[in-house]
Design a protein around this ligand. Sequence first.
Ligand SMILES: C[S@@+](CC[C@H](N)C(=O)[O-])C[C@H]1O[C@@H](n2cnc3c(N)ncnc32)[C@H](O)[C@@H]1O
Length: 294
Amino acid sequence: MNFLHYPVMNKEVLEIFQGSAKKLFVDCTVGAGGHSYHILSVFPDARVIAIDQDEDSIALARENLKDFGRRVSFHLGSFCDLFEHFNCRQLAVSGILVDPGISTVQLKKSQRGFSHTVDGPLDMRKDRSMELTAADVLNSYPEEKLVEIFRRYGECVEAGRLAKKIIEKRLFVRFQSTVQLRLLIEDVTHWRPRPGLLHPAAKVFQALRIFINHELDGVESWLEKIPLNLRAGGRVIFITYHSLEDRLVKKGFQRLQLLKKVKLLRPFPSFPGAEELAQNQASRSAKIRALEVA
Ligand SMILES: C[S@@+](CC[C@H](N)C(=O)[O-])C[C@H]1O[C@@H](n2cnc3c(N)ncnc32)[C@H](O)[C@@H]1O
């Protein structure tokens, strides 16, 4: 078995779920199936509903989790629609895990266009039934809209100059490849690699990915539905990878706590420890938050 993606903060996920009824879990973002694999292995009476909006992820998870047979079922779609498709209260769901963003497998597949480090088409859609690609945005959106996307979703300092350059460039050539965009970003930001310095394309790619996939839309209202849709004692774990998403989750959790509908299992987020960071650099920006329905 080859997961290719290391399940982030897996030890903490299992610790938190240990305190639940351990019967039925929803893995909202199954990816390569790493977290589900451990949940099913450690809790022998548990079943998992595994969701992902990317059909390649579902196919990979199906393969990686095939030994668990009917203990796991797979569903293609966004976790934001979970409560519309499943009556989690009636099913007595013990725990829900959300580990969004993208997996290492998706990042490394050049044809998906998620990474500035491999050449591929500027696609970036997780759900490929959606129409808009990153190339469509770069080739057709007005300058102000590009600035807004780069600022809001990437917190890019050079948003204005980058958008201007894109508009100038596309008069002559269409944006098609990840490398083409990376080179333009390097030019605009006068990039000189230095140890420990994040490549400026990382933030721009993140911004386009969040925008294309509506990553932040629906999270707030989804969080609000938790108390109505889980029984008392049900646990929810949310792993975030960037400050925009973390802010949403933090505020959503705090609101529910103020209304006394949930209790926070960790007053502050936890981060990957030194051992995990040594094994998996990709986990460096992760934060885990967890609650239990009151
Ligand atoms: C970081 S990976 C999850 C890795 C997984 N926990 C594991 O251990 O292998 C993120 C996954 O979430 C999926 N995803 C992101 N946003 C989603 C959403 N709104 N609904 C469903 N799946 C989503 C992505 O397609 C990707 O497969």
